[in-house]
Design a protein around this ligand. Structure first.
Ligand SMILES: Cc1cc2nc3c(=O)[nH]c(=O)nc-3n(C[C@H](O)[C@H](O)[C@H](O)COP(=O)(O)OP(=O)(O)OC[C@H]3O[C@@H](n4cnc5c(N)ncnc54)[C@H](O)[C@@H]3O)c2cc1C
Length: 258
């Protein structure tokens, strides 16, 4: 029986990045599918390439975790800037989510006017910026040390956001965008359904801000399809695709992977 320091199950962005970060160790990665990348994979059909899920690549900017990890593993993605992150169309009304705040606000004010639009979207953008500047973000429960790091992270969240952390998205909208039209609200929810798979009724103000702010970041297409990222990230990794792990058994000081 062969032993490894690390066995990774799944070549999604999570499994792939953790593999690349540990590529100096004796590591093996198993992927049950033919294509690498999971929800962000690309497949070929009748000669054309299709992204299985994820299509827009966000977070490739300085001080962002994605760029930091890509830099750490010396991988430069082949990407092309997308000027419009999302185009939202309702009843022949079009709003383009573009990175430039003033251009976006002008477009929004024309289609869904509200006296507090500027305040609402400035706050949303500012919460998002503060979040990505947090230094202690951590969530794990597998050891005392990880509990301590998680607690530290919660303290940092409270010190930056105060009691706004406990505020619900609906409450915030009620306060800042009173009497919002049904169509404007649907415009917000349509975007949250893409980024968070839910609407304002289930989320906090912080989630609302993160879910609505990704178009304020650089948004890119990956040339050749999102899945090509994984060929690059995993190029030095011992990858076994079309191999499904059916059981992981804990032994005395190791794990057996079947
Ligand atoms: C339709 C859709 C559109 C999206 N659009 C975007 C977007 O535009 N931009 C964006 O940033 N995000 C987008 N997302 C979200 C993003 O794709 C996912 O959050 C991310 O890819 C998830 O990565 P992951 O590593 O957590 O899991 P996954 O991608 O699910 O990876 C898990 C991998 O593990 C493998 N696996 C599972 N069990 C086993 C086993 N027992 N043995 C071997 N292998 C196993 C699976 O086959 C899979 O490859 C989208 C998601 C979907 C579904």
């Amino acid at each position: 029986m062969k032993t490894y320091d690390i066995a990774v199950v799944g070549s999604g962005i999570g499994g792939s990045l953790i593999s690349a970060l540990n590529r100096d160790k004796d590591l093996i990665l198993f992927e049950r599918d033919k294509n690498l990348g999971g929800c962000a994979s690309t497949f070929k059909k009748f000669g054309d390439l299709y992204n299985a899920g994820a299509t827009t690549f966000v977070g490739y900017e300085n001080n962002h975790p994605i760029k930091n990890i890509f830099d750490k593993v010396n991988f430069i993605p082949d990407i092309k800037k997308s000027e419009i992150a999302i185009r939202i169309m309702q009843n022949n009304k079009i709003v383009d989510r573009v990175k430039n705040f003033d251009i976006y606000l002008d477009n929004l004010n024309e289609i869904y006017p509200h006296k507090n639009n500027k305040l609402f979207w400035k706050t949303i953008k500012s919460i998002d910026e503060k979040f990505w500047n947090l230094k202690k973000l951590h969530f794990a429960k597998y050891s005392l040390n990880s509990y301590l790091k998680t607690t530290n992270s919660i303290f940092e969240l409270f010190s930056v956001f105060g009691f706004d952390l406990l505020k619900s998205a609906d409450k915030y909208i009620e306060e800042v965008l009173p009497n919002i039209s049904k169509e404007y609200k649907a415009f917000i929810d349509a975007q949250l359904l893409i980024t968070l798979q839910t609407t304002t009724k289930d989320i906090s103000l912080l989630s609302l801000a993160l879910g609505l702010s990704y178009p304020f970041h650089g948004v890119f297409y990956v040339n050749g399809g999102m899945g090509t990222l994984f060929d690059g990230i995993l190029k030095d990794i011992d990858v076994h695709n079309k191999e499904e792990i059916i059981k992981v058994i804990k032994e005395q000081d190791s794990y057996r992977v079947l």
